[in-house]
Design a protein around this ligand. Structure first.
Ligand SMILES: Cc1cc2nc3c(=O)[nH]c(=O)nc-3n(C[C@H](O)[C@H](O)[C@H](O)COP(=O)(O)OP(=O)(O)OC[C@H]3O[C@@H](n4cnc5c(N)ncnc54)[C@H](O)[C@@H]3O)c2cc1C
Length: 561
C-alpha cells in the first residue's frame, strides 16, 4: 500500500491553481509629490516654488511602503479609552497605536500644525497645504487634531495675553502626547468643542454655562458647566469652547489641567462609534465646573471662533482633495495592470472615460484648494481677502460633497478587491462623507455663501472678477458665467436655490482655473463635461473627442520614482 502511494506522481497541479496572475500590485515606493503633476504645477503657480525640494523629500516619505503602512495600522488598531486608572483615579485617557503617534509626530515636526504662523509670507499656506495634502493621503484621521491646532491660533490671538503664553507651545515643532499639564511640555495640541446635543449647526442654542470666578470679561477666568456632544481628539492640551456667559455666547480657552496641577473637570463620557475617521478619537464630554479663560469679547463667541472655523473649513478642502487624489491614484494604478477581455483596463474606451473623469475631478479639487491657499497668503490684498470670505465656503461645500461618489467610483474601478478591508479603498470611502458634515454641513456652507453675498456685497464683484480672468478662453465657461450673473440679479427664493447657485459658482471657479492653467485637454474636458452636461453627470460620461489617454497619463502616479 505504502509503496503504491510513494510511486504516485507529486501533486504539482494542485499548487498551480494558486499562481497569481493579472492582479495589480500595491501602490507604494513612489514619490507622491513629483508624481503628481497637478500638485507640482499648483505649488509653483501659487507661490511656493521655494518649497519644492522639501516637498519632494516629503513626497518620497509619504509614498514609501513603510510609511503608508502607518495609515493602515492607525486605523486597524483604534483608540481605546479609560475613564479611570486601576486605582480609581479619574484619568480620561485615550490610548493610540504607535502608528498614530508617528503620524502626529511627523505632522508636527514638518509644521503642518503651524508653519504659516511661524514663517508667514508668499507661499507659506501653499506649501503647508501641499504637505497636508500629501500626508492626508497616508492617513486622514490624525489630521483632525493637527488641523484644529493649526486653526486655533487666529482665534486665540484675539486675546493677546493668552496667546503670549500658549502660542509658543502651539507652534513648537515638538509632539508630546503625555497627559500632563502644559507647563511640563514643549509642544501642545488644541481641540474645539462647540457642538451640543440640541444643536451643532445652530450653536446659538448652546446651553453650557460660564460662571465668572472673579472679574468678568475677555481674558478672565470662568467655570464652565454643561455638555459637549462631539469633542474630537480629547487628548488635546486645551480646547476652544463656546458657552453662555452672562453677556451671551462667548468663546473660552479650556485647558485639560488647571494651573495648580489638578485635573480640569472636562470629563470624557465615551468615545463615539464612528463609521469612518477611525484613527481619530471623538468623544462626548461633560464640563463639571471646568476652568477656562474668555477669548475675545463677551457675547461675541461665534465671531471669535469663526476665525478658527474658517481655517478648519479650508483644511476640509485640502483633506477631501487628498482623498480624491489617493482614490484616483489607486484606480489608475490598478487599471494600468489589470486586464479583462484581453486588454488592459486603462486601454478600454469605457474605462478610460471613467478614469479620465475621476482624474479631472481630482485635479479640479486640488487646483481650487491651492488657489485658496494663495488667497490665505495674501489677505492684506482686498481681492484675496474677499476670495477667502466667499470661496472657502464655496470650495468646502463643493469639494467635500464631490468626494463620496468619487471614492465609490474609484473603488468600482478596482472591482471586488476594492471592497476588501485589506485595501485602502474602504478607508477612503468611509472617510469620504466626514469633511462634508463637520465644520458646517453642506446647507450651512450654502447659507454662509448667501450671508457673504448679502453682508459683504463686494464678494460678488470679486467672484466675477476672478472667474472673468478666463473670459474668452472657453465658450461653455463664458455661457456658464453669464447665466450665473443673470441668476444673481434674481434674489427671489435665493435660500431655496442656494445649492444650485453654489454648485455653479464652484464649477465656474474650477473651470476658470483649469482653462487658464491646466493643459488644454484638461480644461476643455472639464468645461464640456461639467458645464455643458450639467445635471446628469455620472463619472464616465465625458463627451466625444476628449483626449482621455492624455488625461490618464498626466494623472497616473509613477511607482518607483
Ligand atoms: C467625526 C466627527 C467629529 C466631530 N468633532 C467635533 C469636534 O471636535 N468639535 C465640535 O464642536 N463638533 C464636532 N463634530 C460635530 C459637527 O461639527 C456637527 O455634527 C455638525 O456641525 C452638524 O451639526 P449637527 O450634527 O448637530 O447637525 P444639525 O445642526 O442638526 O444639522 C443637520 C442637517 O441640517 C442641515 N441644516 C442645519 N441648519 C439648516 C438650515 N437653516 N437650513 C437648511 N439646512 C440646515 C445641516 O446642513 C445638516 O445637514 C464632529 C462631527 C463628526 C461627524
Amino acid at each position: 500500500m505504502n509503496a503504491r502511494i510513494e510511486s504516485l506522481p507529486r501533486a504539482q497541479y494542485l499548487a498551480d491553481t494558486h499562481e497569481v496572475s493579472n492582479l495589480s500590485s500595491e501602490l507604494c515606493d513612489y514619490n507622491m509629490f513629483t508624481g503628481d503633476a497637478a500638485l507640482c504645477e499648483a505649488v509653483r503657480r501659487e507661490g511656493a516654488q521655494w518649497a519644492e525640494a522639501g516637498l519632494s523629500e516629503f513626497g518620497k516619505l509619504t509614498g514609501s511602503a513603510d510609511y503608508l503602512e502607518l495609515g493602515t495600522l492607525a486605523n486597524k488598531f483604534q483608540p481605546e479609552f479609560d475613564t479611570h486608572d486601576r486605582f480609581g483615579n479619574r484619568i480620561d485617557l485615550v490610548k493610540f497605536h504607535p502608528a498614530y503617534h508617528q503620524l502626529m509626530k511627523t505632522s508636527i515636526e514638518h509644521g503642518l500644525h503651524a508653519s504659516p504662523w511661524t514663517t508667514p509670507g508668499p507661499g507659506a499656506h501653499v506649501a503647508r497645504a501641499a504637505r497636508t495634502y500629501l500626508h492626508t493621503q497616508v492617513e486622514a484621521g490624525h489630521g483632525c487634531p493637527i488641523t484644529m491646532t493649526f486653526a486655533a491660533l487666529p482665534s486665540l490671538r484675539l486675546q493677546p495675553e493668552l496667546a503670549r503664553i500658549w502660542e509658543p507651545k502651539i507652534t513648537a515643532r515638538v509632539y508630546d502626547p503625555r497627559n500632563v499639564p502644559m507647563e511640563q511640555k514643549q509642544g501642545i495640541t488644541i481641540g474645539m468643542a462647540m457642538t451640543e446635543k440640541q444643536g451643532g449647526s445652530d450653536v446659538r442654542t448652546n446651553s453650557t454655562r460660564a460662571h465668572p470666578v472673579g472679574a468678568v470679561g475677555p481674558g478672565e477666568a470662568y467655570e464652565l458647566v454643561g455638555h459637549k456632544y462631539f469633542v474630537s481628539a480629547p487628548m488635546c492640551d486645551a480646547f476652544l469652547v463656546l458657552a453662555q456667559a452672562p453677556g451671551g455666547l462667548s468663546c473660552f480657552l479650556l485647558p485639560r489641567w488647571r494651573p495648580d496641577g489638578s485635573k480640569n473637570p472636562m470629563q470624557v463620557l465615551r468615545l463615539k462609534k464612528k463609521m469612518g475617521n477611525a484613527s481619530n478619537a471623538s468623544s462626548e464630554t461633560e464640563l463639571r465646573g471646568a476652568l477656562a479663560w474668555m477669548v475675545g469679547e463677551e457675547g461675541r463667541g461665534v465671531r471669535t471662533i469663526i476665525e478658527m472655523v474658517s481655517m478648519t473649513r479650508f483644511d476640509c478642502m485640502i483633506g477631501s482633495s487628498a482623498g480624491m487624489r489617493m482614490a484616483t491614484s489607486q484606480a489608475l494604478h490598478h487599471c494600468a495592470q489589470r486586464s479583462a477581455f484581453g486588454k488592459v483596463l486603462d486601454q478600454q474606451p469605457l474605462m478610460q472615460n471613467v478614469l479620465a473623469d475621476l482624474a479631472l475631478e481630482s485635479e479640479a479639487a486640488v487646483t481650487l484648494t491651492m488657489r485658496m491657499a494663495r488667497a490665505m497668503d495674501h489677505r492684506a490684498d482686498e481681492h484675496e481677502e474677499l476670495m477667502v470670505r466667499l470661496a472657502t465656503a464655496v470650495g468646502k461645500y463643493w469639494i467635500c460633497k464631490r468626494t463620496p461618489n468619487h471614492a465609490y467610483e474609484a473603488m468600482e474601478c478596482i472591482g471586488g478587491s476594492g471592497v476588501m478591508e485589506d485595501s485602502m479603498m474602504p478607508r477612503l470611502f468611509r472617510e469620504s462623507p466626514v469633511n462634508a458634515i463637520w465644520e458646517g454641513s453642506g446647507n450651512v456652507q450654502c447659507l454662509d455663501v448667501l450671508r457673504a453675498l448679502s453682508k459683504t456685497p463686494a464678494v460678488v464683484d470679486a467672484f466675477f472678477a476672478e472667474v472673468g480672468l478666463a473670459r474668452g478662453a472657453h465658450a461653455a465657461l463664458d455661457r456658464h458665467v453669464a447665466d450665473l450673473a443673470r441668476d444673481f440679479r434674481d434674489l427671489q427664493d435665493f435660500e431655496y436655490r442656494a445649492r444650485d447657485i453654489v454648485d455653479r459658482m464652484a464649477l465656474a471657479m474650477q473651470a476658470s482655473l483649469l482653462v487658464r492653467h491646466a493643459p488644454g485637454v484638461v480644461g476643455d474636458a472639464f468645461c464640456r463635461s461639467r458645464l455643458e452636461q450639467l445635471g446628469h453627470h455620472n463619472y464616465g460620461s465625458l463627451p466625444r473627442g476628449v483626449d482621455v489617454a492624455a488625461i490618464i497619463a498626466r494623472a497616473t502616479p509613477q511607482a518607483g520614482t
